[in-house]
Design a protein around this ligand. Structure first.
Ligand SMILES: Cc1cc2nc3c(=O)[nH]c(=O)nc-3n(C[C@H](O)[C@H](O)[C@H](O)COP(=O)(O)O)c2cc1C
Length: 172
């Protein structure tokens, strides 16, 4: 059930010292590959980092968040080309990439893997470390690994549905 994976997922900030199997990583990446995108543009490139030394060297660029160094995989999502022009207003690439990464977090959760979205990073520093060209901005990073059960976490609260949804017409 998708809802089970959604309910199981939380931001994992303590990872076990255990590698992620290649087949599981492949399934996580496949979940992203199959994600929808505006006009099927698929405007992303994922840099998958598994080298532990490189991961550790990226901690500084990712806001100095020390737990990132425990992750076994970092997925650095870069914009690659233009997305669909959403609502005739803006490039939808960021939406597309977000959907792909979210698919990946849920696939990971369904296999008892943990993820954490990372938005606190210095794009220029990441670019330099991973040879990412300037035309491929870093949109988000995902940490991936097995959660350390010694650090269980309560689900974070969410706004009630009534605050997030209105029916038929916008009501503030
Ligand atoms: C776009 C985005 C960027 C985020 N950046 C960070 C980050 O840099 N570091 C971090 O520890 N958590 C980060 N998070 C995780 C959020 O803090 C977390 O999703 C939120 O508090 C809800 O908690 P939950 O994921 O455990 O349900 C980010 C989440 C999103 C969606």
């Amino acid at each position: 059930m998708i809802l089970d994976a959604i309910k199981n997922r939380y931001s994992v900030r303590h990872y076990k010292d255990q590698p992620v199997e290649d087949d599981k990583l492949a399934e996580v990446l496949e979940a992203g590959r199959l994600a929808p995108s505006g006009c099927n543009t698929q405007p992303w490139k994922l840099v998958v980092v598994r080298d532990r030394a490189v991961i550790r060297s990226m901690v500084h660029a990712i806001g100095g968040q020390q737990f990132v160094g425990q992750a076994r995989v970092l997925v650095v999502a870069c914009k690659n080309g233009e997305g669909y022009n959403i609502g005739h207003q803006y490039d939808g690439a960021i939406i597309d990439i977000t959907i792909a990464l979210d698919h990946m977090t849920l696939q990971a959760a369904s296999m008892d893997l943990g993820t954490c979205w990372l938005g606190n990073y210095d794009g220029d520093e990441i670019r330099a470390l991973l040879d990412i060209p300037p035309e491929n901005p870093v949109v988000a990073i995902l940490a991936l690994g097995y959660p350390d059960e010694n650090h269980p976490q309560q689900p974070r609260p969410r706004k009630p549905l009534g605050e997030l949804v209105c029916w038929e017409k916008f009501k503030g």
